[in-house]
Design a protein around this ligand. Sequence first.
Ligand code: CP3
Length: 358
Amino acid sequence: MTFPPLKNDLLLRAARGEETERAPVWVMRQAGRYLPEFRKVRESHEFFEVCRTPELATEVTIQPIRRYSGLLDAAIIFSDILVIPQAMGMEVEMKPGPYFPDPLNTPADIAKLTKDVDVNKELGYVFEAITMTRNALKGEVPLIGFCGAPWTLFAYMVEGGGSKTFQKAKTWLFQYPQESEKLLMRIADVCVDFLVGQVKAGAQLLQVFDSWAGELAPHHFQQFSFPTLQHISSGVRQKLASEGIPAVPMTLFAKGANHALSQLAEQGGYDVLGIDWCIEPSEARRLVGDKVALQGNMDPNVLYGGKDAIEREVKRMSESFRGTKPPKGWIANLGHGITPAVDPEDLRWFFQSSRRVI
Ligand code: CP3
């Protein structure tokens, strides 16, 4: 597939650990409800309808690029991590948070899942949206593809939605560890095929979201999440290589798993590690050495603090990530997704402040 030539490769260079004239910047959930133009689309279309309709997914992916023209260094395809449980045969609704009418209650329910998931058949609409978006972006910025990490997806599939305690998901881990590990690896296999398909369709960087990594004790993260994350990075690289497709950088955002940063840098197989705001950037850099690039990590709620607070925090973050040198291997971002009540002009200020200090 040929696409318009890329005019801004800051993100890809930073992801490869290279020095950049300034740090590239984007924010997680940048296509979302804080944008009035997104809410407008959602008035007449269900959440998963937007995901499943390439024209709509392309439109909302591009909305922030259009609004913040020239200020954003990446687009992320509009979709959701829960498209994988759907592809595995589960029903998922968004009302307004994720809701599974028929979650996995016991390991016997695993039999209800689709055996060999054909990602082209089940998730071809994501691939179409990626190709369409790549063309619509006209090379302005690179396009990020993504998926959820197995532990985070497993938690939703077992809990049947969000949770504060993860009691059901953890009951599985501790009562049925072998069945859990098997299911986690089965999800990881779907992640591999799904990410490879996204690269074939035009994704230029891949991000894996392990949003609930921090809910696990360090040794349980080692047992139940880390092996699946390694399986994904090595599986994607192997499959791309065996099909003669050039590799793309891979980012892992294991939220709350800062205890695992040095091991993830050494053995995780990712080019970039995303960090939340609960670790000082300079400390994260000390832990990972120069093995990986870092992405993050301003507390998204600073966006509610007004322009002075935003500017001050961006400056502080930048100094902590880069010291006094030009930025190397740092992608400016929030430490988690932007939330719906943010004023889009405050986000603009975040981008503008980033450009000034970085
Ligand atoms: O702009 C982007 O970042 C791309 C699109 C994107 C969405 N979800 C759209 C979305 C991405 C990358 C995700 C990832 C995602 N989805 C994660 C990992 C990142 C994270 O936030 O930890 C998770 C855990 C989910 C699952 C999910 N989807 C939840 C828990 C919710 C409800 C909570 C919420 O924020 O409202 C969603 C819904 C969702 N996904 C929305 C959007 C824009 C809002 C729903 C709406 O439009 O009504």
